[in-house]
Design a protein around this ligand. Structure first.
Ligand code: ATP
Ligand code: MG
Length: 419
């Protein structure tokens, strides 16, 4: 009996036709990061499980139920990375990147979370992110948010808005934690089981609950605003002012806490109403204590992570991508295969994307393949052409037409006619 193995649930193949749009998006993301002076960092996909437990927080959804964890042959517990900030901090500490230095870094790659798969939520997904280490803000916080705004601008994304909040100083956060503990304790019997478990050690987590009955309780919960220290208030106001002056409109949302424990002070999310339930495209904030808690020198930091699947989906609903034009020339050979090989390689030397017909066949069947290939031109090498050191150049799109040209002129002619 045949056994057709399927992909792992929640993990997607990215097929030709779709992948071109990914290339366009990835290019815009890289260019945006470079244009602000951010440099790329690449860290391994596997890390020690401990790193994520200690960084993200052991009472978060990610650590409690979403990580892919296994023991390798030497009994070390490893995890597929669910996000990249923890690893970036680990790498920065390990290689001394933060010693008396400021760093602007970006990354892009696959992340893994064992969530219930649905539109916009997968078990392997991709994030692009930036992290700025060594500045206290709020100017750099504004810069990080502006990188996001520039990406929307460069991609032509319009239906997106910024939700912004501050969690204040660690002391303010502690006072708030206390107040939330008191509030949620009073309605303990209405809390869902996850929230109940988090009540004692991490009541802030409850604000991030997606359980409907709890969301209703959260709406009436105390606001961080009442517990903020003066410095945090001033810094938040200055951040808002800077963003407003850059033309970025802000939705202040005092219930926004984000799903990871390491945030302090500024937190934000970019959300859209174009993607249904999975509305957050990008999320981030300040995490001033993480570097020190992971064994490094105290280094303030701020960053964001963007979900590339959601971004691609958002662009796909706003614009249709074109999948043709990935090939310039299709080379047909009716005799002397080596001539065709040499001609095609010469085209590639000149940066022309060329595909050579393989498998032989009559002119008619080769022409059919040329048409299907999406190429703009067919280059035909027949017996006469080999004898006269020439080729037939056939235009495959628009008005069409065919002419004989000298082999040594082919590159020049094609370059002048290609867009
Ligand atoms: P959500 O509330 O949607 O679960 P999150 O708070 O867990 O998001 P972060 O950990 O902050 O998300 O990740 C940043 C971004 O990565 C999200 O805004 C989203 O665009 C994307 N993202 C997170 N989890 C997934 C997933 N399972 N599949 C696809 N994209 C994801
Ligand atoms: Mg999540």
């Amino acid at each position: 009996m045949s056994n057709k193995i399927q992909a792992v649930k929640g993990m997607n193949d990215l097929l030709p036709g779709k992948v071109e749009l990914w290339h366009q998006v990835e290019q815009v993301l890289r260019e945006a990061a470079w244009s602000y002076g951010y440099q790329e960092i690449r860290t391994p996909i596997l890390e020690k499980t401990e790193l994520f437990k200690q960084s993200i927080g052991d009472q978060t959804d990610i650590v409690e139920k979403e990580m892919y964890v296994f023991e390798d042959a030497s009994d070390t517990s490893l995890a597929l990375r669910p996000e990249a900030t923890a690893a970036t901090v680990r790498a920065g500490n390990q290689h001394g990147l933060f010693h008396n230095q400021q760093q602007r870094l970006w990354y892009m790659g696959p992340m893994f979370r064992r969530e219930r798969p649905q539109k916009g939520r997968y078990r392997q997904f991709h994030q692009f992110g930036i992290e700025a280490f060594g500045w206290t803000g709020p100017d750099i916080d504004a810069e990080v948010i502006r990188v996001g705004a520039r990406i929307w601008k460069n991609l032509g994304v319009e239906n997106i808005r910024l939700k912004l909040n501050t969690l204040g100083s660690p002391e303010a956060r502690e006072r708030y934690r206390h107040a939330l503990h008191q509030y949620f304790s009073n309605c303990r019997d209405q809390l869902d089981s996850d929230s109940l478990r988090r009540l004692e050690r991490n009541p802030l987590r409850i604000l991030d609950s997606k359980v409907e009955s709890t969301v209703a309780l959260v709406e009436a919960a105390p606001s961080i605003l009442e517990y903020l220290d003066e410095d945090s208030k001033r810094s938040f106001e200055s951040l808002c002012e800077s963003l407003t002056q850059s033309g970025i409109s802000i939705d202040v949302d005092n219930r926004l806490v984000r799903g990871l424990d390491y945030y302090t002070s500024t937190v934000f999310e970019w959300v859209t109403d174009q993607l249904g339930a999975q509305s957050a495209v990008c999320a981030g904030g300040r995490y001033d204590q993480l570097v020190e808690h992971r064994g490094g020198r105290a280094t303030p930091a701020v960053g964001f992570a963007m979900g590339v699947e959601r971004l691609v989906e958002l662009i796909a609903v706003e614009q249709k991508s074109s999948t043709d034009e990935f090939l310039d020339a299709y080379v047909i050979s009716l005799c002397g295969q080596q001539h065709a090989v040499d001609i095609t390689e010469r085209l590639r030397d000149a940066g022309i994307r060329a595909c050579e017909h393989c498998g032989g066949g009559k002119l008619k069947s080769q022409m059919k393949k040329a048409d299907q290939s999406g190429a703009s031109f067919a280059v035909i090498v027949g017996e006469d052409e080999v004898a006269t050191q020439s080729v037939q150049l056939k235009i495959l799109r628009g008005e069409g037409g065919q002419e004989q040209i000298k082999r040594e002129q082919l590159v020049e002619v094609l370059v002048s006619r290609l867009p």
